[in-house]
Ligand binder design. Structure first.
Ligand SMILES: [Zn+2]
Length: 232
């Protein structure tokens, strides 16, 4: 029981009752948590403009013993992402990132590294960076930070390079000498390798081909579904 100070990304809000809102955040030190913001749907509430995805906020929360739900009493903006909220396509791409954070993070299991990754991806998008490239980089790294590292730099069986495929259920790249799978285009593989390790700023300014990105998203969506279904 007590007051907690949060430094969080707002990842989702839902209306609750007559005038309240349920707000899910990703906090640097608490991980994913949900709180009730009393009166947040009233126009004059100071919480209304602040607790909006994907803003970065400092929240004063009250925690009751043995209750999962926090009470968000007060919230101040640390960083607002007005460009993201002003452009429809950019907002949609960002909301998909926040949905991954919400759906696949475990409640109350903090990861400051995941928090920092998410903030730097948001900043890249806010600076009008390439939101698809950043979204794909987020998926790759989210999976790795969650403990499901896809090995991409060399074959998981023989350590060799060259042509091959990504076998999600086996954990990474398998070259064509070890196993016959329909090979992934080498440009797509190179893109994924780059997105895993490159500076976020560099990714934001890059211009990968839409086709390579589409292939990358297909692989990563398959990987997310596979690894998290296994968790149940
Ligand atoms: Zn091999």
């Amino acid at each position: 029981m007590g007051i907690r100070l949060l430094e969080s990304i707002v990842i989702r809000t839902r209306d609750f009752g007559e005038s309240d809102r349920l707000v899910t955040v990703y906090d640097r030190f608490l991980g994913k948590r949900t709180g009730i913001a009393r009166g947040a749907r009233r126009i004059k509430s100071p919480l209304t403009g602040t607790l909006q995805p994907p803003h970065l906020v400092r929240i004063q929360a009250f925690e009751k013993e043995n209750r999962d739900l926090l009470h968000f009493d007060r919230a101040d903006l640390i960083e607002r992402f007005d460009y993201i909220r002003s452009d429809f396509d950019t907002l949609m791409a960002t909301l998909k990132i926040l949905t991954i954070l919400e759906r696949y993070s475990i409640e109350g299991e903090p990861s400051p590294a995941m928090y920092d990754l998410s903030v730097s991806i948001l900043r890249g998008i806010e600076s009008k960076g390439h939101f698809d490239a950043l979204g794909l980089a987020f998926r790759l790294r989210f999976l790795a930070y969650s403990g499901f590292y896809l090995t991409l730099d060399s074959c998981i069986m023989c350590k060799g390079k060259g042509e091959g495929a990504i076998a999600v259920e086996r954990g990474g790249f398998i070259c064509s000498r070890c196993e016959k799978h329909p090979p992934i285009p080498s440009e797509t593989l190179r893109l994924l390798r780059g997105l895993m390790v490159a500076d976020i700023d560099r990714i934001a300014r890059g211009k990968p081909s839409p086709l390579r990105l589409k292939e990358g998203f297909e692989i990563m969506d398959r990987a997310l579904a596979y690894f998290f279904n296994k968790l149940g």
